[in-house]
Design a protein around this ligand. Sequence first.
Ligand SMILES: Cc1ncc(C[n+]2csc(CCOP(=O)(O)OP(=O)(O)O)c2C)c(N)n1
Length: 297
Amino acid sequence: MIRIPLDNAGGPKMQDYHHDNQCTWCDGCGDYGIWTAAKRALVELNIAPHEVLLCYDVGCHGNMSDKLLGYRFHGLHGRVIPFAAGAALANRNVPVMAFGGDGASFSEGIGHLVHGLRSNYPMTFVLHNNANYGLTLGQASSLTWQGQPMNTSPNGIPERTLPSMDFVFSLEPTFVARGFSGNIDQLTEILKVAIKHRGFAFVDVLQACPTYNHFATHDYLLERCYDANKEGHDPSNFAAARKLATDSSERIATGILYQNENTPDYYEQLVARQNVKTQAVDEVEKKDVSAWMKKFV
Ligand SMILES: Cc1ncc(C[n+]2csc(CCOP(=O)(O)OP(=O)(O)O)c2C)c(N)n1
């Protein structure tokens, strides 16, 4: 069911974000759910495609850049956070969403994730967590369960699974949420809050990958995921949030796990930008640097 609020009758519609490009995702891929929730969240926040920047890196998830309109940047594998952060700091009037896979974000791009979290850049980061490297045909990522047979490691990999949520919480995040690609209603609500967050919003989305992930399947997630907010979890309680996020042995807590709107974002802490009315992009101008260059020749 597509649910568009009546009060945005004159605002953007779901179809405004639609592109006719054919989807390359497999049938049953969780990316369909994330795509729909992202579209719905933007529409329900009355954000039109020309008012948002959507950033992607290489991966199955990155192919969403062909399917979801908006200003889009599709960059290198694992590098989505730096270029999205740069854009978010250059123009604070445009909300920035970055989408990354678990392979890229917890291996090639893990350094960027560290600095995204500690810097509290004003942006939303959506982790497409299918627990494997999907686009390159199902290699084990650092979030694949240890010992799980995968395409290039039929005996499983010896490394321990990276405790991603414990790692994220160790960096004192200001916003952590977890969604499930099979619960589009809840994910829409999570993304709406994340997009409005003051700093770096980390949204872990557990997603089905029917082709390569035969362990945390759609049914497995459906059975275990529950809405922690509906069960009374208070997102201002850091210790409780960390405990809920990291203990998924029996049931998997989803929803807004931690939210702190009191910490200034990176830009707000830049002394040089205080009381500056313009955006950095407004200040771009051509300068003649030939006199300075002469010093180097
Ligand atoms: C630095 C770098 N490392 C590896 C690759 C090859 N590569 C491209 S996509 C991809 C898999 C992406 O997996 P993930 O980030 O988990 O996203 P998914 O496809 O599962 O959505 C890999 C390994 C690359 N392009 N660049």
